[in-house]
Ligand binder design. Structure first.
Ligand code: FCA
Length: 334
C-alpha cells in the first residue's frame, strides 16, 4: 500500500468514526412518528396554554408528537432546541421570549437540520427586520389595536365622558414590534375619535403579564391624582388587567375605568364571570386555538410535503365583553 493510499484509507476510517454517532442518531429515530416542538415564552399564560393544547390535539389527530416546552429566556430556548435535536424532532413552532434572539435560534435550528416557524411574536435579524426565511403567523396587530381604540371610544360616548376629563394609561412594550403596532393602532383610533393627545400617559412594562401591567400603571396613576376617569390599553388583556388592578388599589370606582385588552383567553373569561362588572370592559378576542393549530399544521406540511408556509399570515379579532363573551368564545373555538 502506498503511503498516499494509506493516508486516504485512514482519513476515510476517521471520517466514518466521526460520522457514526450522527448516523446512529438519525437511524435510531427513523421509524418513530414525526416529532415537533412547540416553544412558548410564557407557558403559564392562558393564551399560550390554548395554543399548545391545540397543537397537541392536531398531533393526536394526524399522528405526530408535539413536545411542549416553556422557554422564558434565551438560554432555555437554546437548551430546548438541543433537547429537541437529541430526540430526533424535525422542527418546532416558537414564540420567543425576545424577538432579537432570531439569528441565534436560526443558527441552532440549522445545527440539527430543523425547520421552524414563528407564532405571535415575529423574530428579527440583527438590523431589526423580520428574520428572512422564517414563516410567521400572528395577529394583524395594528388593525386589532384600532379595534381596541374603537371599543374604548364607543364606551366613553355611551357613558357620556368628556375627553378633557379622561386620562389614558398606555402600557407599552416598544421592544416587541407586535406590541408597538397594537398600542399604536389603538392610539390612532382614539385620537381620531377626539381623545386628547396630552392626556395619554406612557407606562412602559417589563413583562407582558398582569404583574408587568400593574407595576407599569401604578406610578402613572399616583402622578395624576386630579384625573378621575381612566382608560387602559396595552398589547394584551393580562397587562390591561394588571392596570385595572392598579386603579382598584387606589379605590377608583369601576364605573370610572374602561380597560380593553387583546387575546380572549382564560383571564378575560374569569373577569367576565365576576358578579359585578370591573374596570375591565372588554377584549379583542383572537383564536389562540387557530394560532396553535395553523402554525403547527404549516410546519408539519413543510416537513412532510415540502410545502413552504406563507411568509406572513395575519389573523383577525372580535370585541368580547361581559354581554357576548360566551358566544364569541364558541364562535372562535377557544
Ligand atoms: C404576544 C403577547 C401574548 C399574545 C400573543 C398573540 O406574544 O405577549 O399575550 O397576545 O402576542
Amino acid at each position: 500500500m502506498t503511503s498516499k493510499l494509506r493516508r486516504t484509507t485512514l482519513s476515510a476510517i476517521l471520517a466514518a468514526t466521526l460520522a457514526a454517532p450522527f448516523a446512529m442518531q438519525m437511524t435510531a429515530h427513523a421509524d418513530e412518528p414525526l416529532k415537533v416542538g412547540f416553544l412558548v415564552k410564557m407557558p403559564e399564560q392562558a393564551w399560550f396554554i390554548n395554543e399548545q393544547k391545540a397543537a397537541t390535539a392536531l398531533g393526536k389527530k394526524d399522528g405526530f408528537t408535539v413536545v411542549n416546552i416553556g422557554t422564558p429566556d434565551g438560554e432555555k430556548v437554546l437548551g430546548a432546541i438541543d433537547n429537541l435535536g437529541a430526540q430526533g424532532a424535525k422542527g418546532f413552532v416558537i414564540c420567543a421570549p425576545d424577538v432579537r434572539l432570531g439569528p441565534a435560534i436560526q443558527a441552532r435550528a440549522k445545527r440539527y437540520n430543523m425547520k421552524f416557524v414563528t407564532v405571535d411574536d415575529q423574530l428579527v435579524d440583527s438590523t431589526g427586520k423580520p428574520l428572512a426565511g422564517v414563516p410567521h403567523l400572528g395577529m394583524s396587530a395594528f388593525k386589532i389595536g384600532n379595534q381596541v381604540g374603537q371599543a374604548i371610544s364607543d364606551e366613553m360616548k355611551k357613558r357620556g365622558w368628556k375627553p378633557e376629563e379622561v386620562g389614558a394609561i398606555r402600557i407599552t412594550d416598544y421592544e416587541l414590534p407586535t406590541a408597538k403596532l397594537r398600542t399604536d393602532g389603538a392610539t390612532e383610533t382614539l385620537l381620531a375619535n377626539g381623545f386628547k393627545k396630552d392626556n395619554i400617559f406612557d407606562a412602559p412594562q417589563k413583562t407582558t403579564d398582569d404583574e408587568g401591567g400593574f407595576n407599569a400603571a401604578s406610578p402613572v396613576l399616583s402622578k395624576h391624582p386630579n384625573i378621575k376617569k381612566w382608560i387602559v390599553y396595552a398589547l394584551n388583556e393580562e397587562t390591561v388587567l394588571g392596570g385595572v388592578r392598579a386603579t382598584e388599589q387606589l379605590h377608583i370606582p369601576a364605573a370610572d375605568v374602561i380597560g380593553v385588552g387583546i387575546n380572549g383567553a382564560g383571564e378575560a373569561f374569569a373577569e367576565f364571570q365576576k358578579k359585578e362588572p370591573t374596570g375591565f370592559y372588554g377584549t379583542i378576542a383572537v383564536s389562540s386555538t387557530n394560532h396553535g393549530r395553523e402554525s403547527t399544521e404549516n410546519l408539519v406540511d413543510w416537513i412532510e410535503k415540502g410545502k413552504v408556509p406563507p411568509a406572513d399570515t395575519q389573523t383577525t379579532g372580535k370585541l368580547m365583553t361581559r354581554d357576548n363573551w360566551l358566544q364569541v368564545r364558541s364562535d372562535l373555538g377557544i
